[in-house]
Design a protein around this ligand. Structure first.
Ligand code: GLA
Length: 396
């Protein structure tokens, strides 16, 4: 290639790269916040549930607290028409009208599909229709796509039997294909990968345009599963940053039989992880207590801090774990979790301020108690309830 030609190609490639990155950063500069239908409604979700949720996101104050994406998960899909265009099923009579409604509330609409022939709930997937589907979503006014591996795992095994390396290559290509299809529509969409953390997705998620990628299997509304998933995120901090986030799955706050302390622990852990905060509860039945947990402004500020640093585990002793998350203003959020079955007095384990880069004493605020603690030292102690947490913001 002539020198001028090479230079032009280099400039073009650089421009596309920079453009794609800029787009990724504007759609998810901080971890996405919103609501998703799966954790509560699962396969029962309807157009009415989405409209009710949109109304309630506004009236409860959740939208203004940052929860702007309303995401329809699996089971909206109908058949394809004669031209191959995907239709929504009878539960969603008019997707464009629904998107208009959601947008009229100052919210954004998300949708769900799979690179395979079928979704996990065995509805129509996007295999062979990627560009057409992305264009349909753009025409409807969709702002967010969760793309769930599901039956594509079978396609991979069939096309490359007994060859996990080749199977993983097929998986990346499938995610890149939909990334290109979205770019081609020209409509910004948050691109959410869901393949349960296989093949260390955090290593390659950004290269296929992902704004977030699931790092684990599915969450459920019980403390053991939630805390297992959250604690398993230790060590992944370096892979997250503005435009691309680890996703330990959607929130179960307000679902199942999670107690107040368990909801607080869940919300705190996800905030410390700079995780997407995608609520999954039924807003028509939300109690004031659950609303207060989901909408604690100081906790959301930690989750959404513009530095975009995911927190990590600093110290663990039995069921007590200390996690730290650096913040933009030089402060650090410090969460002391008690995952154990009885209240803990920290048994003199210390705050481990040195490991966080602090000197002998710090100024501290207790976030959930909304109380300044003044100057504290490494030997500061408190009682942490069973399945509970104390969240501090400390600074020099
Ligand atoms: C998978 C995903 C879930 C949900 C369901 C829908 O299990 O991990 O989050 O989307 O599929 O069928």
């Amino acid at each position: 290639m002539a020198k001028a030609g090479r230079l032009a190609l280099f400039l073009a490639v650089t421009a596309v790269g920079a453009g794609a990155q800029a787009a990724a950063q504007t759609v998810a500069a901080t971890p996405p916040m919103g609501w998703n239908s799966w954790n509560f409604f699962a396969g029962r979700v309807t157009d009415k549930d989405i409209r009710d949720t949109a109304d309630l996101l506004v009236s409860t104050g959740m939208r203004d607290a940052g929860y702007v994406y309303v995401n329809i998960d699996d089971t909206w899909e109908g058949k394809r028409d004669a031209q191959g265009r995907i239709q929504s099923n009878e539960k969603f009579p008019d997707m464009k009208a629904l998107a208009d409604y959601v947008h009229s509330k100052g919210l954004k609409l998300g949708i769900y599909s799979s690179p395979g022939p079928q979704t996990c709930a065995r509805f129509e997937g996007s295999l062979g229709h990627e560009e057409q589907d992305a264009q349909t979503y753009a025409d409807w006014g969709i702002d967010y796509l969760k793309y769930d591996l599901c039956s594509y795992g079978g396609v991979m095994r069939q096309q490359a039997p007994d060859d996990p390396v080749a199977q993983n290559k097929l998986m990346r290509e499938a995610y890149e294909k939909m990334h290109q299809a979205i770019l081609k529509t020209g409509r910004p969409m948050v691109y959410s990968l869901c393949q349960y953390g296989d093949d260390s997705v955090w290593d390659w998620g950004p290269s296929v345009g992902a704004n977030l990628w699931r790092t684990t299997g599915d969450i459920s509304a019980n403390f053991d599963r939630m805390s297992l998933i959250g604690r398993s995120q230790a060590g992944l901090a370096k892979f997250a940053g503005p435009g691309h986030w680890n996703d330990p799955d959607m929130l179960e706050v307000g679902n199942g039989r999670l107690t107040h302390d368990e909801n607080v622990t869940h919300m705190t852990l996800w905030a410390m992880l700079a995780a997407p905060l995608i609520a999954g509860n039924n807003l028509t039945q939300m109690t004031p207590d659950v609303a207060a947990v989901l909408m604690n402004k100081d906790v959301i500020a930690i989750a959404q801090d513009v530095l975009g640093k995911q927190g990590d585990r600093v110290y663990a002793e039995g069921p007590v774990e200390i996690w730290a998350k650096p913040l933009k203003d030089g402060a650090t959020a410090v969460a002391i979790f008690n995952f154990g079955e009885t209240a803990s007095e920290m048994r003199g384990i210390g705050l481990h301020l040195k490991e966080m880069g602090f000197g002998a004493s710090v100024k501290a605020r207790d976030v959930w108690a909304a109380k300044d603690l003044g100057t504290i030292k490494d030997d500061w102690k408190t009682t942490i309830p069973r399945h509970g947490v104390v969240l501090l913001v400390v600074k020099r």
